[in-house]
Design a protein around this ligand. Structure first.
Ligand code: FHN
Length: 597
């Protein structure tokens, strides 16, 4: 009898689970991910053994998990690394603990990277951790079980196109495989990708996401087949942004290490490294600072995204101590300030601020301040009524005094805030603003209280031959993406409060791969103001680091000065004369007008 009741109960529970799976909508699938905001990426595989060195060769610029490709190592030779893979110090609990201590809510681990080696037991190919290594244990299984136990979401990275072990896959052009064009990619997908995904999605219980990567020339049909399989086997499993074939994933990934310059609608994620590599490299010590990482976490959440931050375990099976230390410091900050991150939504503003950025929840704004002001602090352009303010780190929620100011002529709202002299947190302090109703912000461009006027590219009217045109201001450095068409013009209308003389700088950005930032200059442009045309050649007069785009600097071109005779509304236009066609194009980001001393 007991047994019958148990079976009925089980089938009820299972039935409910199965139903929930079948009826999963995108919102249901994405709910945990939207709440999480912060996850751990793990790149681990055979490449952790050479750790960036092959037969005495090193390369600072190359990423560790690409070593087989970097040195064009034949599969027959590279695959023998499996015989050495014996990560005796691997402890799934320690991995999950490091993630938890950082405040991360999900783990995405490479179940199979481009080298084709699987970190799970596979009956499809013996090139896997159980069948080909002395370790013989299923790492994906151990980590998944631990995640399930500890309430950590578990996601599998799976390289669906590149597989350097397979003659019919994409990517390996150094072994004696058929030329890329003659390969039967569909055969590779049918014989390895689909069966291995089936293993991953049936052998380990609930899988929260499959993280696809580098789709290359995968077709719509191939991507559709993969998507359909994931949906069929685990409808609640998220499909990440890089499946390819033009199919709709559940969310978008930015380019690696790329933080957009503005808030972005929809679901998206920044995959990022903690040093310069994903897979472990023994000589990569370019560790990011815990402070910088914390600020990026806040900034990404403020723009509406998730931060997927990587660790590359060693061949022994441990996460490098430097990574653990950095993550621990981020976690300590999250313990106090996590309320401003978890489940938060993007800032009601389009643009980031020089002092930090803002996340929001119903009735609350969280201003994350990393440049603590000397004197009064100003938040401009907020139309919502404020109920009260306090510091998130202050358990007593002592009210912070503020004054709501309104400049009628400029139709401009300013909050003048009296913060304590000392920041509660030297890295980033959170000021909570309780507001009435939904947050509302001004859309116009107005001079700020320091006198600066920022004309960001994405705030301009963009036209071509008199008609509205598109220009994406979203390259890795936060500038224009591939602007090579000289017929595209930008035009700003803005409000000046304090008349006077202003210096003008034109800001463009470096872009390209993070290991090789690149910039093209020499473009000729016209700046038109008050009927006066100034011709300008885009040169790098100076470079300025940007804490949001660590690898890509801002390039400053000094563009002379201009005068505003009186307060009021003005217009300024930027029109290219010639854009250099080779290279990156005009990576324009913004014009800044700064009061002349
Ligand atoms: O080629 C991979 C790389 O090795 C790494 O896995 C990153 C992570 O986003 N994705 C690809 C490059 O974008």
């Amino acid at each position: 009898m007991k047994k019958i009741i148990f079976v009925i109960l089980l089938s009820l529970v299972y039935g409910q689970w199965a139903n929930a799976q079948i009826n999963s909508t995108q919102d249901e699938r994405m709910a945990w991910w939207r709440e999480s905001r912060f996850g751990m990426f793990i790149h681990w595989g055979l490449y952790s053994i050479p750790a960036g060195e092959w037969k005495g060769q090193y390369d600072d610029k190359k990423i560790g998990e690409w070593i087989m490709n970097t040195y064009k190592i034949p599969y027959a030779e590279y695959s023998t690394l499996a015989k050495q893979f014996n990560p005796g110090r691997f402890d799934a609990k320690a991995f999950v603990k490091t993630a938890k201590d950082a405040g991360m809510k999900y783990i995405t681990i490479t179940s199979k990277h481009h080298d084709g080696f699987a970190l799970f037991k596979s009956n499809v190919s013996p090139y896997n951790v159980v069948d080909a290594t002395p370790y013989k244990k299923d790492i994906i299984k151990a980590l998944t079980n631990e995640c399930h136990k500890q309430g950590m979401k578990i996601c599998y990275y799976y390289s669906q196109a590149q597989d350097w072990a397979e003659p019919n896959a994409w990517g390996n052009n150094w072994d004696n495989y058929p030329p890329e064009k003659e390969r039967n990619h569909t055969q590779y997908i049918n014989s390895k990708v689909l069966p291995q995904l089936t293993e991953l999605l049936t052998n380990y219980g609930e899988v929260n996401m499959i993280w696809f990567d580098t789709p290359l020339s995968i077709t719509k049909e191939q991507a559709d087949t993969i998507k359909a399989l994931v949906r069929k086997l685990q409808p609640k499993c998220i499909i990440s942004g890089r499946l390819g074939g033009g199919i709709e994933p559940d969310y978008q990934s930015t380019s690696d290490n790329t933080v957009p310059p503005t808030t972005v609608t929809g679901d998206w994620e920044v995959p990022a490294t903690l040093n310069n590599t994903w897979g472990f490299k023994k000589y990569d010590n370019a560790w990011k600072s815990p402070d910088g990482v914390t600020r990026l976490l806040f900034d990404i959440a403020s723009k509406g995204g998730n931060y997927l931050l990587n660790v590359g375990p060693t061949a022994d099976g441990v996460i490098p101590q430097e990574s653990v230390n950095i993550l621990k410091q981020v976690g300590d900050w999250m313990k106090v300030n996590g309320e401003a991150i978890y489940g938060s939504k993007a800032s009601p503003y389009y643009l980031e601020f020089p002092w930090g950025n803002i996340t929001q929840k119903p009735g609350r704004l969280y201003a994350g301040i990393f440049n603590w002001p000397q004197g009064d602090f100003y938040i401009e352009g907020l139309q919502s009524k404020i109920r009260r303010m306090y510091l998130l780190a202050d358990k007593a929620k002592k009210p912070i005094p503020f004054e709501e100011q309104y400049n009628k002529q400029a139709n401009h709202h300013t909050l003048k805030i009296k913060l304590p002299v000392q920041a509660p947190d030297k890295v980033l302090s959170v000021l909570v603003l309780e507001i009435e109703g939904a947050a509302k912000t001004e859309q116009q461009i107005v001079q700020d209280h320091t006198g600066k006027i920022n004309l960001f590219g994405g705030k301009a009217a963009i036209t071509k031959n008199g008609r509205a045109a598109l220009l994406a201001i979203n390259n890795n450095g936060g500038g224009a993406q591939n602007w090579k068409d000289a017929a595209i013009k930008l035009d700003w209308t803005f409000t000046v409060i304090k008349p006077g003389n202003y210096n003008m700088e034109v800001v463009s950005t470096e872009t390209g791969a993070h290991e090789k930032p690149d910039w093209t200059g020499g473009h000729q442009v016209k700046v038109i103001f008050n009927g006066k045309v100034t011709d300008l050649k885009i040169y790098a007069d100076s470079k300025r680091p940007n804490p949001r785009t660590l690898y890509w600097k801002n390039i400053i071109t000094n563009a002379g000065s201009l005068t505003f005779e009186k307060p009021g509304i003005y217009q300024l236009k930027l029109e290219p004369i010639t854009i250099i066609q080779e290279g990156r194009g005009f990576t324009f980001r913004e014009i800044n007008l700064v009061p002349a001393k």
